[in-house]
Design a protein around this ligand. Structure first.
Ligand code: AHR
Length: 502
Protein backbone atom coordinates (compact mmCIF):
# COMPACT_ATOMS: atom_id res chain seq x y z
CA UNK A 1 0.00 0.00 0.00
CA UNK A 2 1.22 3.51 -0.76
CA UNK A 3 2.03 5.79 2.17
CA UNK A 4 1.66 9.52 2.75
CA UNK A 5 2.17 11.76 5.76
CA UNK A 6 0.68 14.94 7.13
CA UNK A 7 2.03 17.03 10.02
CA UNK A 8 -0.12 19.79 11.48
CA UNK A 9 0.50 22.45 14.11
CA UNK A 10 -2.05 25.02 15.23
CA UNK A 11 0.60 27.76 15.06
CA UNK A 12 1.34 27.04 11.40
CA UNK A 13 -1.59 28.70 9.74
CA UNK A 14 -2.18 30.01 6.25
CA UNK A 15 -4.93 32.45 7.12
CA UNK A 16 -8.42 32.85 8.52
CA UNK A 17 -10.84 31.35 6.04
CA UNK A 18 -13.32 33.89 4.78
CA UNK A 19 -16.74 32.22 4.98
CA UNK A 20 -17.45 33.62 1.54
CA UNK A 21 -15.12 30.94 0.15
CA UNK A 22 -18.21 28.71 0.17
CA UNK A 23 -20.31 30.96 -2.04
CA UNK A 24 -22.32 29.95 -5.07
CA UNK A 25 -24.02 31.46 -8.08
CA UNK A 26 -27.52 31.77 -9.54
CA UNK A 27 -27.81 33.19 -13.03
CA UNK A 28 -30.90 33.93 -15.09
CA UNK A 29 -29.94 31.01 -17.29
CA UNK A 30 -31.72 27.80 -18.15
CA UNK A 31 -33.74 26.41 -15.25
CA UNK A 32 -31.65 27.94 -12.47
CA UNK A 33 -34.34 30.44 -11.52
CA UNK A 34 -37.48 29.35 -13.40
CA UNK A 35 -38.00 25.66 -12.61
CA UNK A 36 -35.10 25.69 -10.16
CA UNK A 37 -35.42 27.91 -7.13
CA UNK A 38 -38.78 29.26 -8.34
CA UNK A 39 -41.73 27.20 -9.51
CA UNK A 40 -45.09 28.56 -8.46
CA UNK A 41 -47.65 25.81 -8.73
CA UNK A 42 -45.22 23.15 -7.61
CA UNK A 43 -46.72 21.23 -4.65
CA UNK A 44 -43.76 22.31 -2.51
CA UNK A 45 -43.71 25.98 -3.53
CA UNK A 46 -44.05 28.55 -0.75
CA UNK A 47 -46.31 31.60 -0.86
CA UNK A 48 -43.74 33.42 -3.01
CA UNK A 49 -43.42 30.57 -5.51
CA UNK A 50 -40.04 29.37 -4.22
CA UNK A 51 -39.54 25.63 -3.97
CA UNK A 52 -39.09 24.65 -0.34
CA UNK A 53 -37.36 21.35 -1.20
CA UNK A 54 -34.71 23.27 -3.13
CA UNK A 55 -34.44 25.79 -0.31
CA UNK A 56 -33.77 22.96 2.16
CA UNK A 57 -31.04 21.50 -0.04
CA UNK A 58 -29.46 24.95 -0.41
CA UNK A 59 -29.64 25.66 3.31
CA UNK A 60 -27.82 22.42 4.12
CA UNK A 61 -24.91 23.66 2.01
CA UNK A 62 -24.67 26.76 4.20
CA UNK A 63 -23.92 29.01 1.23
CA UNK A 64 -23.09 32.44 2.71
CA UNK A 65 -23.08 34.49 -0.52
CA UNK A 66 -24.76 34.04 -3.91
CA UNK A 67 -23.60 35.80 -7.07
CA UNK A 68 -26.57 37.11 -9.11
CA UNK A 69 -28.05 37.70 -11.76
CA UNK A 70 -25.20 36.61 -14.10
CA UNK A 71 -22.90 35.56 -15.68
CA UNK A 72 -23.06 36.32 -19.36
CA UNK A 73 -26.71 37.26 -18.86
CA UNK A 74 -25.77 40.41 -17.02
CA UNK A 75 -23.92 41.98 -19.94
CA UNK A 76 -27.19 42.82 -21.70
CA UNK A 77 -29.38 43.23 -18.61
CA UNK A 78 -31.26 46.36 -17.64
CA UNK A 79 -31.76 46.20 -13.90
CA UNK A 80 -34.82 48.46 -14.05
CA UNK A 81 -36.67 45.67 -15.92
CA UNK A 82 -36.49 43.53 -12.81
CA UNK A 83 -38.17 45.87 -10.32
CA UNK A 84 -41.66 47.33 -9.91
CA UNK A 85 -45.01 45.66 -10.52
CA UNK A 86 -44.51 42.27 -12.12
CA UNK A 87 -47.27 42.77 -14.66
CA UNK A 88 -45.49 45.75 -16.20
CA UNK A 89 -42.04 44.16 -16.35
CA UNK A 90 -40.87 43.64 -19.93
CA UNK A 91 -40.03 40.36 -21.59
CA UNK A 92 -36.62 40.68 -23.24
CA UNK A 93 -34.57 38.54 -25.56
CA UNK A 94 -31.48 37.41 -23.70
CA UNK A 95 -28.66 37.35 -26.24
CA UNK A 96 -26.33 35.50 -23.89
CA UNK A 97 -28.36 32.29 -23.78
CA UNK A 98 -30.88 32.82 -26.62
CA UNK A 99 -33.89 32.67 -24.35
CA UNK A 100 -36.63 35.06 -23.30
CA UNK A 101 -36.29 36.64 -19.88
CA UNK A 102 -39.70 37.40 -18.40
CA UNK A 103 -38.39 39.22 -15.32
CA UNK A 104 -40.96 37.42 -13.21
CA UNK A 105 -38.24 36.97 -10.61
CA UNK A 106 -36.35 40.18 -10.13
CA UNK A 107 -34.21 41.95 -7.59
CA UNK A 108 -36.78 42.10 -4.77
CA UNK A 109 -37.90 38.51 -5.20
CA UNK A 110 -34.34 37.21 -5.34
CA UNK A 111 -33.41 39.22 -2.26
CA UNK A 112 -36.24 37.52 -0.38
CA UNK A 113 -35.07 34.13 -1.57
CA UNK A 114 -31.48 34.89 -0.52
CA UNK A 115 -32.69 36.10 2.88
CA UNK A 116 -34.58 32.85 3.40
CA UNK A 117 -31.51 30.89 2.33
CA UNK A 118 -29.38 32.82 4.82
CA UNK A 119 -27.12 34.14 2.06
CA UNK A 120 -25.99 37.63 1.13
CA UNK A 121 -26.26 38.75 -2.47
CA UNK A 122 -23.21 39.43 -4.61
CA UNK A 123 -24.63 41.58 -7.36
CA UNK A 124 -23.12 41.75 -10.84
CA UNK A 125 -23.71 44.92 -12.85
CA UNK A 126 -23.80 45.31 -16.60
CA UNK A 127 -20.57 46.81 -17.92
CA UNK A 128 -21.11 45.22 -21.33
CA UNK A 129 -23.87 47.25 -22.96
CA UNK A 130 -24.08 49.76 -20.09
CA UNK A 131 -21.72 51.91 -18.09
CA UNK A 132 -20.93 53.87 -14.92
CA UNK A 133 -24.19 55.83 -14.89
CA UNK A 134 -26.45 52.77 -14.61
CA UNK A 135 -23.96 51.30 -12.16
CA UNK A 136 -24.30 54.22 -9.76
CA UNK A 137 -28.09 54.15 -10.21
CA UNK A 138 -28.44 50.57 -9.03
CA UNK A 139 -26.18 51.14 -6.02
CA UNK A 140 -28.42 54.10 -5.14
CA UNK A 141 -31.52 51.94 -5.63
CA UNK A 142 -30.18 49.12 -3.46
CA UNK A 143 -28.14 50.82 -0.77
CA UNK A 144 -29.18 54.47 -0.34
CA UNK A 145 -31.56 55.02 2.56
CA UNK A 146 -34.13 57.37 1.02
CA UNK A 147 -34.73 60.84 -0.37
CA UNK A 148 -33.40 60.32 -3.91
CA UNK A 149 -34.98 59.17 -7.15
CA UNK A 150 -33.82 55.55 -7.02
CA UNK A 151 -33.94 54.99 -3.27
CA UNK A 152 -37.49 56.32 -3.20
CA UNK A 153 -38.32 54.08 -6.15
CA UNK A 154 -37.16 51.09 -4.09
CA UNK A 155 -39.36 52.19 -1.21
CA UNK A 156 -42.31 52.64 -3.55
CA UNK A 157 -41.63 49.12 -4.80
CA UNK A 158 -42.17 47.79 -1.30
CA UNK A 159 -38.74 47.68 0.27
CA UNK A 160 -38.28 50.34 2.93
CA UNK A 161 -34.85 49.31 4.18
CA UNK A 162 -31.91 49.34 1.84
CA UNK A 163 -30.73 45.95 0.57
CA UNK A 164 -27.21 46.91 1.67
CA UNK A 165 -25.51 44.74 -0.91
CA UNK A 166 -21.86 44.72 0.02
CA UNK A 167 -20.08 42.91 -2.84
CA UNK A 168 -20.54 44.04 -6.46
CA UNK A 169 -19.04 42.54 -9.61
CA UNK A 170 -17.97 45.10 -12.19
CA UNK A 171 -19.38 43.20 -15.17
CA UNK A 172 -18.67 39.64 -16.21
CA UNK A 173 -15.94 38.06 -18.37
CA UNK A 174 -15.43 41.24 -20.33
CA UNK A 175 -12.45 39.71 -22.19
CA UNK A 176 -14.63 37.09 -23.93
CA UNK A 177 -15.81 37.44 -27.55
CA UNK A 178 -19.05 35.70 -26.48
CA UNK A 179 -19.82 38.60 -24.19
CA UNK A 180 -22.21 41.38 -25.13
CA UNK A 181 -20.06 44.51 -25.15
CA UNK A 182 -16.67 42.74 -25.03
CA UNK A 183 -13.84 45.13 -24.30
CA UNK A 184 -10.10 45.36 -24.56
CA UNK A 185 -8.29 45.27 -21.24
CA UNK A 186 -7.65 49.01 -21.44
CA UNK A 187 -11.25 49.85 -22.34
CA UNK A 188 -12.50 47.65 -19.53
CA UNK A 189 -10.00 48.98 -16.99
CA UNK A 190 -11.08 52.55 -17.76
CA UNK A 191 -14.81 51.87 -17.54
CA UNK A 192 -14.39 49.70 -14.43
CA UNK A 193 -12.43 52.47 -12.75
CA UNK A 194 -15.04 55.14 -13.50
CA UNK A 195 -17.91 52.86 -12.46
CA UNK A 196 -16.03 51.91 -9.28
CA UNK A 197 -15.43 55.54 -8.32
CA UNK A 198 -19.05 56.50 -8.81
CA UNK A 199 -20.43 53.42 -7.08
CA UNK A 200 -18.22 54.01 -4.06
CA UNK A 201 -19.15 57.69 -3.97
CA UNK A 202 -22.78 56.56 -3.58
CA UNK A 203 -21.85 53.94 -0.95
CA UNK A 204 -18.24 53.92 0.33
CA UNK A 205 -18.81 50.69 2.28
CA UNK A 206 -19.17 48.45 -0.79
CA UNK A 207 -16.52 46.08 -2.13
CA UNK A 208 -15.86 45.69 -5.83
CA UNK A 209 -14.71 42.77 -7.95
CA UNK A 210 -13.00 43.61 -11.24
CA UNK A 211 -13.16 41.09 -14.09
CA UNK A 212 -10.00 39.09 -14.51
CA UNK A 213 -9.63 36.74 -17.45
CA UNK A 214 -12.54 34.41 -18.10
CA UNK A 215 -10.08 31.50 -17.95
CA UNK A 216 -6.35 30.92 -17.66
CA UNK A 217 -6.57 29.59 -21.22
CA UNK A 218 -7.52 32.92 -22.77
CA UNK A 219 -4.76 34.18 -25.08
CA UNK A 220 -4.88 37.54 -23.31
CA UNK A 221 -4.58 36.03 -19.80
CA UNK A 222 -1.95 37.87 -17.78
CA UNK A 223 -1.77 40.85 -20.06
CA UNK A 224 -5.48 41.44 -19.39
CA UNK A 225 -4.95 41.53 -15.61
CA UNK A 226 -1.88 43.76 -15.88
CA UNK A 227 -3.45 46.27 -18.23
CA UNK A 228 -6.86 46.53 -16.57
CA UNK A 229 -5.40 46.68 -13.04
CA UNK A 230 -3.13 49.48 -14.12
CA UNK A 231 -6.33 51.49 -14.76
CA UNK A 232 -8.45 50.56 -11.75
CA UNK A 233 -6.21 49.11 -9.02
CA UNK A 234 -6.88 51.76 -6.38
CA UNK A 235 -10.67 51.61 -6.69
CA UNK A 236 -11.33 47.88 -6.71
CA UNK A 237 -10.93 45.24 -4.01
CA UNK A 238 -10.86 41.87 -5.76
CA UNK A 239 -9.97 40.42 -9.15
CA UNK A 240 -12.19 37.63 -10.42
CA UNK A 241 -10.99 34.23 -11.62
CA UNK A 242 -13.19 31.79 -13.54
CA UNK A 243 -12.24 28.20 -14.33
CA UNK A 244 -14.14 25.12 -15.50
CA UNK A 245 -12.53 21.75 -16.16
CA UNK A 246 -13.54 18.89 -18.45
CA UNK A 247 -12.62 15.28 -19.10
CA UNK A 248 -13.69 14.68 -22.71
CA UNK A 249 -11.16 11.89 -23.30
CA UNK A 250 -11.83 9.87 -20.14
CA UNK A 251 -8.31 10.41 -18.76
CA UNK A 252 -9.14 10.25 -15.05
CA UNK A 253 -5.59 10.75 -13.64
CA UNK A 254 -5.08 13.74 -15.96
CA UNK A 255 -8.50 15.15 -15.07
CA UNK A 256 -7.88 14.86 -11.33
CA UNK A 257 -4.57 16.69 -11.77
CA UNK A 258 -6.28 19.81 -13.15
CA UNK A 259 -6.09 21.55 -9.79
CA UNK A 260 -2.37 21.98 -10.48
CA UNK A 261 -3.55 24.46 -13.10
CA UNK A 262 -6.01 26.05 -10.66
CA UNK A 263 -3.24 26.57 -8.14
CA UNK A 264 -0.95 28.14 -10.77
CA UNK A 265 -3.80 30.36 -11.92
CA UNK A 266 -4.34 31.68 -8.39
CA UNK A 267 -0.63 32.33 -7.88
CA UNK A 268 -0.23 34.03 -11.26
CA UNK A 269 -3.14 36.42 -10.70
CA UNK A 270 -1.98 37.14 -7.15
CA UNK A 271 1.51 37.91 -8.45
CA UNK A 272 0.16 40.26 -11.10
CA UNK A 273 -1.87 42.11 -8.45
CA UNK A 274 1.30 42.48 -6.39
CA UNK A 275 3.32 43.62 -9.41
CA UNK A 276 0.78 46.38 -10.07
CA UNK A 277 0.81 47.25 -6.37
CA UNK A 278 4.59 47.60 -6.49
CA UNK A 279 4.56 49.60 -9.69
CA UNK A 280 2.03 52.01 -8.21
CA UNK A 281 3.84 52.24 -4.85
CA UNK A 282 0.45 51.38 -3.40
CA UNK A 283 -0.36 50.25 0.12
CA UNK A 284 -3.54 48.60 -1.03
CA UNK A 285 -3.81 44.80 -1.13
CA UNK A 286 -6.12 43.41 -3.78
CA UNK A 287 -7.57 39.94 -3.07
CA UNK A 288 -9.05 37.32 -5.35
CA UNK A 289 -12.64 36.31 -5.97
CA UNK A 290 -12.79 32.90 -7.65
CA UNK A 291 -16.38 33.56 -8.52
CA UNK A 292 -16.96 30.81 -11.08
CA UNK A 293 -15.49 27.35 -10.65
CA UNK A 294 -16.68 23.84 -11.38
CA UNK A 295 -16.59 20.98 -13.86
CA UNK A 296 -18.48 21.82 -17.06
CA UNK A 297 -18.61 19.78 -20.27
CA UNK A 298 -21.25 17.06 -20.11
CA UNK A 299 -24.07 19.22 -21.46
CA UNK A 300 -22.33 21.13 -24.25
CA UNK A 301 -23.52 18.96 -27.15
CA UNK A 302 -27.04 18.77 -25.73
CA UNK A 303 -27.18 22.59 -25.52
CA UNK A 304 -26.27 22.93 -29.21
CA UNK A 305 -29.15 20.60 -30.03
CA UNK A 306 -31.57 22.51 -27.82
CA UNK A 307 -30.68 25.76 -29.55
CA UNK A 308 -31.10 24.19 -32.97
CA UNK A 309 -34.65 23.20 -31.97
CA UNK A 310 -35.98 26.02 -29.89
CA UNK A 311 -34.20 29.31 -29.43
CA UNK A 312 -35.95 32.01 -27.38
CA UNK A 313 -38.14 29.83 -25.18
CA UNK A 314 -38.27 30.70 -21.48
CA UNK A 315 -36.16 28.53 -19.17
CA UNK A 316 -34.64 26.17 -21.73
CA UNK A 317 -32.94 23.23 -19.96
CA UNK A 318 -29.42 24.53 -20.64
CA UNK A 319 -26.08 23.56 -19.05
CA UNK A 320 -27.67 20.61 -17.24
CA UNK A 321 -24.47 18.67 -16.60
CA UNK A 322 -25.08 15.33 -14.93
CA UNK A 323 -22.09 14.91 -12.64
CA UNK A 324 -20.37 11.61 -12.06
CA UNK A 325 -18.18 10.33 -9.28
CA UNK A 326 -14.87 11.52 -10.73
CA UNK A 327 -16.35 15.03 -11.07
CA UNK A 328 -17.02 14.97 -7.33
CA UNK A 329 -13.37 14.07 -6.73
CA UNK A 330 -12.17 17.01 -8.81
CA UNK A 331 -14.63 19.35 -7.09
CA UNK A 332 -13.18 18.09 -3.79
CA UNK A 333 -9.68 18.90 -5.01
CA UNK A 334 -10.81 22.33 -6.17
CA UNK A 335 -12.14 23.00 -2.67
CA UNK A 336 -8.83 21.81 -1.22
CA UNK A 337 -7.02 24.21 -3.57
CA UNK A 338 -9.22 27.10 -2.44
CA UNK A 339 -8.58 26.29 1.23
CA UNK A 340 -4.83 26.13 0.68
CA UNK A 341 -5.02 29.59 -0.92
CA UNK A 342 -7.28 31.11 1.72
CA UNK A 343 -4.77 33.89 2.33
CA UNK A 344 -5.41 35.26 -1.17
CA UNK A 345 -8.83 33.96 -2.24
CA UNK A 346 -11.47 35.56 -0.06
CA UNK A 347 -14.58 34.86 -2.13
CA UNK A 348 -15.35 31.82 -4.28
CA UNK A 349 -18.58 30.79 -5.99
CA UNK A 350 -19.34 27.26 -7.08
CA UNK A 351 -20.95 27.84 -10.47
CA UNK A 352 -23.79 27.30 -10.19
CA UNK A 353 -26.29 26.22 -7.55
CA UNK A 354 -29.47 24.74 -9.07
CA UNK A 355 -29.95 22.86 -12.40
CA UNK A 356 -27.33 24.86 -14.33
CA UNK A 357 -23.94 23.10 -13.84
CA UNK A 358 -25.18 22.58 -10.34
CA UNK A 359 -24.98 20.39 -7.25
CA UNK A 360 -28.79 20.49 -6.91
CA UNK A 361 -31.15 19.24 -9.63
CA UNK A 362 -34.90 19.45 -10.00
CA UNK A 363 -37.59 18.19 -12.32
CA UNK A 364 -40.34 20.64 -13.20
CA UNK A 365 -43.30 19.54 -11.13
CA UNK A 366 -41.18 16.73 -9.69
CA UNK A 367 -38.39 15.99 -7.27
CA UNK A 368 -35.16 17.59 -6.16
CA UNK A 369 -31.95 15.61 -5.67
CA UNK A 370 -28.26 16.03 -4.93
CA UNK A 371 -25.67 15.44 -7.62
CA UNK A 372 -22.33 13.80 -6.75
CA UNK A 373 -20.58 17.17 -6.43
CA UNK A 374 -23.03 18.24 -3.72
CA UNK A 375 -21.18 16.19 -1.13
CA UNK A 376 -17.61 17.54 -1.19
CA UNK A 377 -19.07 21.05 -1.21
CA UNK A 378 -21.34 20.20 1.72
CA UNK A 379 -18.44 18.80 3.74
CA UNK A 380 -16.05 21.64 2.99
CA UNK A 381 -18.68 24.25 3.77
CA UNK A 382 -19.74 22.56 7.02
CA UNK A 383 -16.32 21.56 8.35
CA UNK A 384 -13.86 23.80 6.48
CA UNK A 385 -14.50 27.03 8.40
CA UNK A 386 -12.09 28.73 10.78
CA UNK A 387 -8.38 28.82 10.02
CA UNK A 388 -6.58 27.15 7.13
CA UNK A 389 -3.56 25.26 8.44
CA UNK A 390 -0.24 25.07 6.65
CA UNK A 391 0.13 21.29 6.51
CA UNK A 392 3.48 19.67 5.94
CA UNK A 393 2.39 16.94 3.56
CA UNK A 394 4.40 14.20 1.94
CA UNK A 395 2.79 12.12 -0.76
CA UNK A 396 3.82 9.78 -3.55
CA UNK A 397 3.49 11.50 -6.93
CA UNK A 398 2.53 10.57 -10.50
CA UNK A 399 3.01 12.02 -13.95
CA UNK A 400 0.23 12.58 -16.47
CA UNK A 401 -0.17 14.20 -19.87
CA UNK A 402 -0.04 17.82 -18.67
CA UNK A 403 1.71 17.65 -15.28
CA UNK A 404 4.64 16.02 -13.60
CA UNK A 405 4.87 15.11 -9.94
CA UNK A 406 1.16 15.33 -9.12
CA UNK A 407 0.66 14.41 -5.43
CA UNK A 408 -1.39 11.23 -5.16
CA UNK A 409 -2.87 12.59 -1.94
CA UNK A 410 -4.24 16.10 -2.31
CA UNK A 411 -4.89 17.61 1.09
CA UNK A 412 -5.87 20.67 3.10
CA UNK A 413 -6.49 21.06 6.82
CA UNK A 414 -8.52 23.46 8.90
CA UNK A 415 -8.76 24.41 12.56
CA UNK A 416 -12.31 25.19 13.66
CA UNK A 417 -13.05 27.88 16.21
CA UNK A 418 -14.19 25.11 18.58
CA UNK A 419 -10.70 23.59 18.51
CA UNK A 420 -11.66 20.74 16.16
CA UNK A 421 -9.35 19.85 13.30
CA UNK A 422 -10.49 18.65 9.88
CA UNK A 423 -8.27 17.13 7.21
CA UNK A 424 -9.68 16.91 3.68
CA UNK A 425 -7.97 14.44 1.34
CA UNK A 426 -8.51 13.21 -2.19
CA UNK A 427 -6.75 9.98 -3.02
CA UNK A 428 -6.14 10.33 -6.77
CA UNK A 429 -4.83 6.78 -7.15
CA UNK A 430 -7.04 4.65 -9.42
CA UNK A 431 -5.84 1.34 -7.99
CA UNK A 432 -4.39 1.63 -4.52
CA UNK A 433 -5.51 2.70 -1.12
CA UNK A 434 -3.02 4.89 0.71
CA UNK A 435 -2.01 4.76 4.35
CA UNK A 436 -1.89 8.30 5.73
CA UNK A 437 0.40 8.91 8.71
CA UNK A 438 -1.10 11.63 10.87
CA UNK A 439 1.04 13.74 13.15
CA UNK A 440 -1.21 15.99 15.22
CA UNK A 441 0.93 15.91 18.36
CA UNK A 442 1.01 19.71 18.58
CA UNK A 443 -2.71 19.72 19.39
CA UNK A 444 -2.41 17.65 22.57
CA UNK A 445 -5.12 15.14 23.35
CA UNK A 446 -7.05 14.99 20.09
CA UNK A 447 -9.03 11.97 18.97
CA UNK A 448 -10.51 11.14 15.61
CA UNK A 449 -14.27 11.65 15.72
CA UNK A 450 -15.29 10.84 12.16
CA UNK A 451 -14.02 9.54 8.84
CA UNK A 452 -16.43 10.42 6.05
CA UNK A 453 -15.68 8.98 2.65
CA UNK A 454 -17.14 9.37 -0.83
CA UNK A 455 -16.22 6.50 -3.11
CA UNK A 456 -17.76 4.52 -5.93
CA UNK A 457 -16.23 1.69 -7.93
CA UNK A 458 -17.44 3.28 -11.16
CA UNK A 459 -15.97 6.73 -11.88
CA UNK A 460 -18.90 7.41 -14.22
CA UNK A 461 -21.60 6.64 -11.61
CA UNK A 462 -24.21 9.41 -11.27
CA UNK A 463 -27.19 10.27 -9.09
CA UNK A 464 -30.59 10.67 -10.70
CA UNK A 465 -34.11 11.43 -9.53
CA UNK A 466 -34.88 7.69 -9.55
CA UNK A 467 -31.56 6.70 -8.01
CA UNK A 468 -30.53 9.69 -5.89
CA UNK A 469 -28.27 7.72 -3.52
CA UNK A 470 -26.01 5.91 -5.93
CA UNK A 471 -23.04 8.11 -4.99
CA UNK A 472 -23.38 9.25 -1.40
CA UNK A 473 -20.92 9.57 1.47
CA UNK A 474 -20.60 6.97 4.18
CA UNK A 475 -18.65 6.58 7.41
CA UNK A 476 -15.53 4.47 7.80
CA UNK A 477 -14.37 3.14 11.16
CA UNK A 478 -12.30 5.72 13.01
CA UNK A 479 -8.64 5.18 13.87
CA UNK A 480 -7.28 5.74 17.34
CA UNK A 481 -4.57 8.34 17.80
CA UNK A 482 -1.77 7.58 20.29
CA UNK A 483 -0.41 10.85 21.67
CA UNK A 484 -1.60 12.67 18.56
CA UNK A 485 -0.22 10.18 16.03
CA UNK A 486 -2.02 7.55 14.05
CA UNK A 487 -2.75 6.10 10.63
CA UNK A 488 -5.78 6.26 8.40
CA UNK A 489 -6.46 4.28 5.27
CA UNK A 490 -7.67 6.37 2.32
CA UNK A 491 -9.43 4.10 -0.21
CA UNK A 492 -8.37 4.25 -3.88
CA UNK A 493 -10.13 7.10 -5.68
CA UNK A 494 -11.86 8.70 -2.74
CA UNK A 495 -12.82 11.98 -1.10
CA UNK A 496 -12.15 11.85 2.65
CA UNK A 497 -13.07 14.07 5.56
CA UNK A 498 -11.08 13.23 8.70
CA UNK A 499 -12.42 15.00 11.77
CA UNK A 500 -10.66 15.32 15.11
CA UNK A 501 -11.79 16.74 18.42
CA UNK A 502 -10.80 16.82 22.05
O1 AHR B 1 -21.67 29.79 -15.43
C1 AHR B 1 -22.01 29.73 -16.78
C2 AHR B 1 -21.33 30.83 -17.59
O2 AHR B 1 -19.95 30.59 -17.63
C3 AHR B 1 -21.44 32.22 -17.06
O3 AHR B 1 -22.59 32.86 -17.47
C4 AHR B 1 -20.24 32.90 -17.65
O4 AHR B 1 -19.75 33.94 -16.85
C5 AHR B 1 -19.24 31.78 -17.85
O5 AHR B 1 -18.71 31.78 -19.12
Amino acid sequence: MKQAKIILDKDYSISRIDNRLFGSFIEHLGRAVYGGIYEPGHPLADELGFRTDVMEAVKKLGVPIVRYPGGNFVSGFRWEDSVGPRETRPKRLDLAWFTTETNEVGLHEFARWADKAGAEMMYAINLGTRGPEQARDIVEYCNHKSGSLYSDMRIANGRKDPFNIKVWCLGNEMDGPWQMGQKTAYEYGRVANEAAKMMKWVDPTIELVACGSSSSEMPTFGDWELTMLNECYENIDYVSLHRYYANPTGDTPGFLARTMDMDDFIHSVGSICDAVKGRKHSKKQVYLSFDEWNVWYHSRQQDEEIWKREKWDRALPLLEDIYNFEDALLVGSMLITLLRNADRVKIACLAQLVNVIAPIMTRNGGGCWAQTIYYPFLHASCYGRGTALRAIAKSPVYDCADYEAVPVIDTAATLGDDGSVTVFCVNRDMEDACLLDLDLRAFGELQMTEHIVLHHDDVKAVNTEDCPDRVTPHQLPISKLEKGSGQVCLPALSWNVLRFGP
